[in-house]
Write a protein that binds this ligand. Structure first.
Ligand code: DUC
Ligand code: ZN
Ligand code: ZN
Ligand code: ZN
Length: 478
């Protein structure tokens, strides 16, 4: 097996940092050594196959993006990244594991939905991948199938309180699914927005001629997120189901989660880079020669971007520091403007929802370290260690220690990354939602299960490098 030594860097974990060399044998980390690369008197530098010089750089566990939607069918089209293009873009940005959402459509067998997702991903991924299961139709069959997901390595499922007629679950369905969650340890993931009420607001806006992308955010008001988050929390309280609320963007929803956690409930929340950096005001102001005020469609996602004047973004950063929110994922769900987002030119309700960020999450979150919003250790915890624990991968993933998979990023704090469509863009989209972002930091080397897949701006990976990850139960279960 090939051996690699990462030498001279500062190894960072969720709990601390220190200068150390990391020895990799094949796919696995075998030692974290005091600086100097000597093991029992042997100079390793001379005896390994490859030496990676990490002097002056951070050596961090590879990013884990636990919320992606490659090829998700949505609004008559499908998310534009395949597993091949999306995982390659992820690798470029220092993410070495994704957890994507397999879809059970209404009326479909859960097993068939999952099998289809395996077909889409198998042999196509640059990095390791796992699945959550979207339960798009809670009924007797899907409820019976849910416990069997655990044997398939799928230890979490997602329900939608939004999107009536598409993926939606009502309270009775949520209650039944949560009872199974409580019994089995399957983690309940919730898209918490009051979909039926949102649909009424959206219809009323469109009837008055308010059809532009900005009104997507007006219809999906923060009250709709707060209310649904509270309802999910109370159903979790009643049933004892562990609850993970995805893509939290409203400060009032964070307050619900904080309240529940302070009451001793096992509930968790994730936010995404778009809710930290982007705002409804910027979306309203967005215009271009090509698209006019439809430019704002680039940032149509759900939950929506929130008002900066109302302070949501600042509150998200704060909640990441105080552990009211525990993770940052992307909700990567890319759509091109041409032929996809433009389906909603006349009516914002027909704009496919989603932003592509899988390539940029690590850099965007590192920028939070630069600006003093996060410590370096908290950055590692939010982007890798907690995702690994939350979704039953810790030990193999999320940590640099002997026995762990050698998923490692050498990150250069003195490097620079300019984000934009013509620049560092590998996602299969015709624009970037992050145009013009300048990052004080750079992903220099990416190692996935021992293989160097990105090295100094060269891509060395290939499709099929990534393997399916059978996940265990959440390591946050009580
Ligand atoms: N939100 C999005 O922005 N896209 C896909 C699904 C979702 O809930
Ligand atoms: Zn969602
Ligand atoms: Zn999502
Ligand atoms: Zn470089």
């Amino acid at each position: 097996m090939a051996t690699t030594l990462i030498k001279g860097g500062t190894v960072v974990s969720a709990t601390g940092r220190g200068e150390a060399d990391v020895l990799i044998d094949g796919e696995t980390i075998v030692a974290v050594l005091a600086p100097g690369s000597e093991l029992l008197g042997t100079d390793l530098t001379a005896s390994v196959d490859t030496v990676v010089d990490a002097t002056g750089k951070y050596v961090i566990p590879g990013g884990i993006d636990a919320h992606t939607h490659m090829q998700l069918p949505f609004g008559g089209t499908s998310a534009s990244d395949t597993f091949e293009t999306g995982t390659r873009a992820a690798a470029w940005g220092g993410t070495t594991t994704i957890v994507d959402f397999a879809v059970q459509k209404y009326g479909e067998r859960v097993e068939d939905g999952l099998a289809h997702w395996h077909e889409l991903a198998a042999g196509n991924c640059a990095i390791d991948y796992g699945f959550h299961q979207i339960i798009g139709g809670v009924d007797e069959d899907s409820l019976a199938a849910m416990p069997r997901l655990i044997d398939e390595g799928v230890s979490s499922f997602k329900l939608f309180m939004a999107y009536p007629g598409v993926f939606y679950s009502d309270d009775a369905q949520i209650l039944k699914a949560m009872q199974i969650s409580a019994e089995t340890g399957l983690l309940t993931m919730m898209h918490a927005e009051n979909g039926p009420a949102i649909d009424v607001l959206a219809e009323q806006l469109v009837a008055k001629g308010n059809t532009s992308p900005y009104f997507h955010g007006k219809a999906r008001a923060w009250q709709m997120e707060e209310e649904a988050t509270h309802r999910a929390i109370m159903l979790s309280n009643l049933t004892g189901a562990p609850l993970y609320v995805v893509h939290v963007s409203a400060k009032q929803a964070v307050e619900q989660l904080a309240w529940a956690r302070d009451n001793g409930q096992n509930v968790f929340g994730e936010t995404c880079p778009q809710y930290l950096y982007l705002s409804l005001e910027e979306q309203l102001g967005a215009t271009s020669e090509e698209w006019g005020d439809f430019e704002g469609a680039k940032w149509v996602c759900s939950t929506p971007l929130r008002s900066r004047a109302e302070g949501h973004q600042d509150h998200m950063w704060q909640a990441l520091r105080t552990n009211d929110l525990q993770m940052v994922s992307t909700d990567h769900c890319p759509f091109c403007m041409k032929d996809q987002k433009e389906l909603g030119l006349a009516d914002f309700r027909a704009i496919p929802n989603g932003i592509g960020s899988v390539e940029h999450r690590m850099n965007l979150m590192y920028q939070g370290v630069v600006t003093g919003e996060l410590s370096l250790e908290r950055f590692v915890e939010l982007t890798s260690t907690t995702p690994a624990r939350m979704f039953g991968m810790y030990g193999k993933k999320g940590v640099i220690q002997p026995g762990a998979d050698a998923d490692i990023v050498v990150y250069d704090p003195n490097g620079h990354t300019s984000i934009g469509y013509e620049k560092t863009h590998h996602m299969n989209m015709d624009h970037s939602a992050w145009e013009g972002y300048e990052i004080d930091g750079h992903v220099d080397t990416v190692i996935a299960r021992g293989k160097i897949i990105v090295d100094d701006d060269q891509y060395l990976g290939s499709k099929g490098d990534g393997k399916y990850l059978k996940r265990g139960l959440s390591q946050y279960l009580l």
